[in-house]
Design a protein around this ligand. Structure first.
Ligand code: DAH
Length: 336
């Protein structure tokens, strides 16, 4: 059989095959067989080049025609099968639409943003510090002397020699004062870690630290700022009280309580009859800290506070167990 006849026979075979096919996978096989890079029609049209020059034009024309017809037959088959598929399986326009699942910010992130927002409106700037901290910033420069019993109150998680997961956000106070001169008005949100685990304590929890160092700052400023915070965060009539306390880095120190969110101060089970709930630690910055950072205690004074974000969220939303915040149970998280 000469090339011309061959083209005619194979070309017809291709047309028949495309005409009869009724399955997409089969169609692809036929396309490869005839029109693929090594397909039968492709090879034949390539063979035209090796004919004697006189025979080439006629054979070339026949090959082009056969290729063109086969490609058209292929497209027709494709449309036919595609249309059937759309009607039958791939697209059922009568089905209801699929809803996208929308995520949301975790309650802790939201509470942290809300707390920082309140302080930002009071003129504070948000800064951050590292979660793996040196003994120097976590304790030493905050006036916890080595071997002092006050270190025992912070059940620490050490990761190396004099290197630990920070037990509080207070080290950011030192890092900030090292970097900038007064006036300082900052809040520092972040994760904190302690060897602690019960229904109100988790080994990883969150704090927002506050630090103000400026000219003529007194305890009245501390109380005013924290009272403004409590009314903005809880409710407009939330009262606070200051109770004497101790922290190595503040003198005097005060524990700040809010009027019980449940009974409003009358006394109930939540506040154990006292009418008050402990909210945060605070105090006037101990001048000993200024020596570590090169501030002049005759020039400036300040106050600081450390607020538990998980605790604040638990009080605000009445959560009984801190673990709810960390179990990733959507039934719980989607309520907020
Ligand atoms: N760092 C303390 C803690 O985690 C809380 C605290 C108390 C922070 C008094 C302060 C402060 O800035 O002035 O227990």
């Amino acid at each position: 059989m000469g090339l011309l006849e061959n083209i005619a026979v194979v070309g017809q075979a291709a047309l028949d095959a495309f005409d009869q096919v009724n399955e997409a996978q089969e169609l692809e096989k036929i396309r490869v067989e005839y029109l693929g890079a090594k397909g039968r029609l492709t090879e034949l049209s390539r063979a035209v080049g090796s004919l004697p020059p006189a025979e080439r034009p006629q054979a070339g024309q026949a090959a082009n025609q056969a290729l063109k017809a086969a490609k058209q037959a292929y497209q027709t088959a494709q449309t036919k099968l595609g249309a059937t598929k759309t009607q039958g399986v791939a697209l059922d326009v009568t089905l209801p639409g699929r809803r996208h699942q929308l995520g949301r910010e975790h309650l802790i992130s939201r509470t942290m943003t809300e707390i920082c927002g309140i302080f930002e409106r009071l003129g504070f700037t948000v800064v951050e510090g590292p979660e793996v901290e040196t003994d120097y910033y976590n304790f030493e420069a905050l006036n916890f002397p080595a071997d002092h019993p006050s270190r025992d109150m912070q059940e620490s998680l050490f990761v190396g020699d004099k290197l630990l997961l920070r037990t509080h956000t207070s080290p950011v106070q030192i890092r900030t004062m090292e970097k900038q001169k007064p006036p300082v008005w900052i809040v520092a949100p972040g994760k904190t870690y302690r060897r602690d685990d019960d229904i109100t304590h988790s080994p990883m929890f969150h704090q927002v630290e506050g630090l103000v160092v400026d000219k003529g700052i007194s305890m009245a400023d501390l109380k005013g700022v924290l009272s403004a915070f409590a009314t903005a965060f809880f409710s407009p009539d939330t009262a606070i009280r200051l109770r004497p306390s101790f922290f190595p880095f503040t003198e005097p120190s005060a524990e700040v309580d809010i009027a019980c969110v449940l009974c409003g101060g009358k006394g109930c089970r939540l506040c154990k009859g006292s009418g008050w709930l402990e909210l945060l630690g605070s105090g006037m910055v101990d001048p000993a800290l200024y020596n570590f950072v090169g501030y002049d205690p005759r020039e400036v004074s300040g106050f600081a506070f450390g607020l538990g974000v998980d605790r604040a969220a638990m009080l605000k939303y009445g959560l009984a167990n801190i673990r709810h915040l960390y179990e990733s149970d959507l039934r719980f998280l989607e309520q907020f």
